[in-house]
Design a protein around this ligand. Structure first.
Ligand code: FES
Ligand code: FES
Length: 239
């Protein structure tokens, strides 16, 4: 008998139930060492099974989930048509960011209060978080990605860079889209009028003085464009 299996108690009746069980197992040809070995192997199998299963899931190509109620929607964005399948309640903002991976348009409040999501629809600024994508089939949608042309920044973009019209930059694409639309709106010439016309765009960094300066510079650079073409998306006159 191995010393590790030697029992100091005098009889089976005085042994604990565990000792009695071990003794019976030994009699059945199972040593404590082999028993623990089997327990350990079983534990590894139980622990590894979910991992092996998840590894198998990763390797298995998964078809994209079909969205219940999705319908075909065609959006014309920055002059390019995009054919999507969208649930009718998807906002224009979510379609841009989630379905088209156009992340230039930002989601701030998602409630129409901050202006971070501003885009143009047929040349007019709208909060894309407040309108459904499906409502804009056939419309000309412009996002911040569509402002620069031929490697040249839009004059409003250039003015924002020149005047440091941003700090963290989160509001900036919305500010610039509003400022570009403002070029073609009846807004007074003074700074207070610009503040009023840009009041739907919140800047949590407080870069307002520089934003106003940038907008005013862009307005000066475009004010000699022919009437009806002041919107820099159509034609701009440079200094
Ligand atoms: Fe649309 Fe704030 S995210 S207005
Ligand atoms: Fe940071 Fe406007 S630059 S929120």
């Amino acid at each position: 008998m191995a010393s590790e299996d030697r029992d100091p108690t005098s009889s089976d009746e005085q042994r604990s139930p565990l000792r009695q069980s071990q003794s019976k197992s030994k009699n059945a040809g199972v040593t404590r060492r082999s028993f623990l070995g089997r327990i350990g192997a079983a534990g590894i199998v139980v622990t590894a099974s979910p991992l092996l299963a998840s590894a198998a899931q990763v390797e298995t190509p998964v078809a994209p989930p079909s969205v219940p109620g999705a319908v075909p929607v065609t959006l014309k964005i920055n002059g390019q048509e995009h054919h999507l399948k969208l649930e009718p309640r998807v906002t224009l903002l979510d379609a841009l960011r989630n379905n088209l991976q156009m992340f230039g348009t930002k989601k701030g409040c998602d409630h129409g209060q901050c202006g971070a999501c501003t885009v143009h629809v047929n040349g007019r600024r709208v909060n894309s978080c407040l309108t459904f994508a499906i409502m804009h089939q056939g419309d000309a949608i412009t996002t911040t990605e569509g402002l620069a042309h031929d490697g040249q920044l839009h004059p409003v973009q250039a003015a924002f860079v020149e005047h440091d019209g941003f700090q963290c930059g989160y509001c900036t694409s919305g500010q610039i889209m509003s400022a570009v639309a403002l070029l073609n709106e009846p807004c007074g010439d003074d700074d207070n009028s610009v503040r009023e016309c840009m009041s739907g765009n919140i800047c949590r960094c407080g870069a307002y003085p520089n934003i106003v300066a940038a907008v005013q510079q862009a307005r000066k650079r475009t004010k000699f464009a022919p009437a009806g073409e002041r919107n820099a998306e159509f034609r701009l006159s440079q200094d």
